[in-house]
Design a protein around this ligand. Structure first.
Ligand SMILES: [Ca+2]
Length: 491
């Protein structure tokens, strides 16, 4: 225990007016502390290790002041939220909690609290989706600086959630399998601490589980697949700690989703210098704390933005097994075999897919994309841009630029490119191709102005279907848009 914390507890025990704390603090040694009803917490290995050299004891429940806030369709807003207490059964009896309905817990992370806007948004979307009991776990008084203390406090909060769930099960006959804890950052590991104390907790969703002090540690210390019957993880900010990556890259669930590779998210600054760049300093200069935090933690916070959008999204966040995000980006992994694909977000438990899954998203909402792979080949050499518009039974998507200026492809080779759109075009019925020959005069003279096509095909990953187009021997002329119908309609 650090000297400052020892001094704190010494002070607490010596002041009679704070005697109520003595009732809670049953035993203090230099490496263990016990709290009534929650058990003892030790900093012995594995809680002290190479990955967490400075390990401190958790604060008391009175300091952390964890609050369970119930929202249902009968009381959906903060104005009429109800506070539940495991030690006060009437707080549950007189609330809108209904043990016949599934329950969603939402747990925030470092420096946040239970009234953050993202939590309100998630509650609202969940209540649109279904008639849930939603319990927001507010541990904001224990989630502040220093990080090492907040890290230690997660163990107490996890124990408190387990205590409440046990009461809901034993005194109100709620089903353990209907319990789903959704935790962000440190909240993901809190969910793990709760789950390891319970038998067959239904589900944990870890939204970008915190990396520092957890990655590489023993399963007792971090979220792992043993903590619930189903554990799904969304990784969004797993770049190195030196680049201010806050999420773990370590697979911790039955299924781990890596949107956009899981390291950095589109629309967010990447890397230390960029994150601390002008956006942050502009915000700091205006004393806008939330804007500064949003710039630094943009990728980390994207995890809950993605989950929230997934709740009622018409576009499924389809995700695919792959060996790497680069392979995925190159369109190598858009085919599903034997239930090995899934959906990221709320629907992940409806699939049997396990392991690491990949998908790409947009930089802003609507984030969810439909993924396609274009294969096109021509009978002469090609150098330039390829811009397409996809025509569908519902609407069109495009123009989408698939290739950079100066991208040489030799005659006969198949150009294979993944592309994506957040527009649901429906059934694919046609494609417009716009070939723009390179404007580079040094190399451009060597390439013809028109491109004779051998064939065009588009694989739709969302419906696992190949569309072929009537393109054989057709000409794609420089800067001329040419539209092709699917081959069933060729004349
Ligand atoms: Ca665990």
């Amino acid at each position: 225990m650090s000297s400052s914390i020892l001094a704190f507890y010494t002070a607490v025990l010596s002041v009679p007016s704070l005697g109520f704390l003595i009732d809670t603090v049953q035993q203090i040694t230099h490496r263990q502390i016990c709290y009534t009803g929650l058990g003892c917490f030790s900093t012995d290995p594995p809680f002290t290790s190479l990955y967490r050299p400075l390990s401190v004891l958790p604060d008391s429940p009175e300091t952390i002041r964890t609050t369970f806030l119930l929202y249902t369709r009968s009381n959906p807003t903060t104005a009429n939220e109800q506070v539940l207490s495991a030690g006060n059964l009437s707080s549950i009896e007189t609330s809108y909690f209904n043990s016949h309905k599934p329950t969603k817990f939402i747990v925030h992370g470092f420096t946040h609290n239970g009234h953050r806007q993202w939590i309100r948004n998630m509650v609202a979307q969940l209540l649109i989706k279904d008639d849930y009991n939603i319990i927001v776990v507010d541990w904001g008084h224990g989630a502040g600086l220093p990080y090492t203390q907040a890290t230690a406090n997660t163990r107490v909060v996890g124990a408190q959630i387990a205590q409440l769930i046990t009461v809901l099960q034993q005194s109100f006959n709620a089903s353990m399998g209907d319990m789903h804890i959704i935790g962000h950052s440190l909240g993901a590991h809190i969910s793990g601490y709760a789950g390891e104390r319970l038998q067959h907790l239904g589900r944990i969703t870890g939204m970008d589980p915190a990396d520092p002090y957890f990655q590489g540690t023993d399963e007792k210390v971090r979220l792992d697949p043993g903590d619930a019957d189903f554990v799904d993880i969304i990784h969004t900010d797993s770049s190195s700690f030196l680049a201010l990556g806050m999420g773990t890259s370590q697979a911790m669930g039955h299924v781990d989703f890596f949107p956009n590779g899981g390291k950095n998210q589109p629309g967010c600054d990447a890397g230390l210098l960029a994150k601390l760049g002008h956006t942050v300093w502009n915000a700091v200069s205006k004393l806008d704390y939330y804007a500064a935090e949003g710039a630094v933690a943009c990728s980390h916070e994207r995890s809950y933005e993605l989950f929230t959008e997934s709740i009622n999204s018409a576009c499924p966040f389809r995700a695919y097994p792959c060996t790497s995000s680069d392979e995925f980006h190159n369109g190598k992994c858009l085919r599903c075999h034997q239930d090995d694909c899934s959906e990221m977000g709320l629907n992940a438990n409806k699939y049997r897919a396990r392991g690491s899954l990949y998908l790409e998203t947009e930089a802003a909402s609507n984030y969810c994309d439909f993924h396609y792979q274009l294969n096109v080949s021509g009978s002469n050499n090609f150098d330039g841009k390829l811009i397409i518009t996809l025509h569908g039974s519902k609407t069109n998507a495009g123009p989408i630029q698939l290739m950079k200026d100066i991208e040489v492809h030799n005659q006969g080779t198949i150009i294979s490119k993944m592309f994506k759109t957040n527009i649901d075009v429906g059934e694919v019925i046609g494609i417009t191709l716009d070939y723009e020959k390179t404007s580079n005069l040094v190399v451009g003279w060597a390439f013809p102005d028109a491109w004779t096509l051998n064939g065009i095909a588009v694989w739709s990953a969302a419906d696992q279907k190949l569309y072929r187009f009537c393109a054989y021997n057709k000409i794609a002329a420089n800067h001329v848009k040419t539209t092709f119908g699917v081959s069933d309609h060729c004349t």
